[in-house]
Ligand binder design. Sequence first.
Ligand code: UDP
Ligand code: MG
Length: 316
Amino acid sequence: MDLSIIIPIYNEEANIPTLYQRLRGVIDPMGLRCEYIFINDGSRDRSLELIHALAAQYADVRYINFSRNFGHQIAVTAGLDLSQGEAVVIIDADLQDPPELIPELYQKMREGYEVVYAKRRRREGESAMKLFTAKMFYRILANITNVSIPVDTGDFRIISRKVVEALKLMPEQNKFLRGQISWIGYRQSYIEYDRAQRAGGETGYTYRKMFRLAIDGITAFSDVPLKAATIMGFTVSGIAFLVLLYTLYSRFIIKNYEPGWPSLMVSILFLGGVQLIAVGVIGEYLARLNNNVRRRPLYIISDTNIPVELNPQALP
Ligand code: UDP
Ligand code: MG
């Protein structure tokens, strides 16, 4: 198998047929042995039916049907786990990642790269809020981590078998694939493109899911927030100590002091806030630690047409 195309699906009934036709349109001329892996991530529309129909009609269509919605990153992980291609493309189902870019990605990879990602030059038809939060997130993450994770880049990319095998060795439960792929290293490159609007349907990435992804990315690739809690603690204690000195000074030396509760309240609230933030930060890391200690399988497959010997979950 030369190429695997991994397509996570969550309520994409409006896009599946067009997507497959467009993919075939660009990949058939490349003359490669290719498989299309659709991962149905607990869709609540007719997506699964459409995928089953495609699989019945075309021999190169594989599907993995999850037992429920596990999230985009896990769906892609399942696809990677069960893929066979020497090269693997990760692409969104909503046609925001143009399939027409795949030959270029593939070509660039053949020039000697293990990873070629597609970097967004512009993003069409996305709300100002989404653009702003995404931009902020990529910048903040870039600033607080040692791994150089490319900014303005989603999961749309081509990776080699070597990288897929390396990803399989990373057992973390809270996946942030673009960070993990950067962490793996090798020669990586990119091409630029203008991101189109969603072809049909609605985004499955609620702000809640985006926020989880952002926190997963940060906690997986940076300890800065943990350290920030310590620094904040020291700063506030330092200020409190100075205030204490000043209070003693005004009480006993210049004997001119206001018996006031406002300053008291302010310092209590301030300290309380800082403590809560610090505890919250520790909690975020602890929750992830706990998640990983549980060692649950990442996903549960309800049915698939991929042979059992490739399916680690089906083995005893
Ligand atoms: N997706 C998924 N599980 C989810 C949410 C999204 O598999 O819980 C898929 C979705 O079908 C699409 C891709 O992930 O193929 C990207 O999602 P979406 O286009 O909704 O995200 P956006 O482009 O708005 O960030
Ligand atoms: Mg999208």
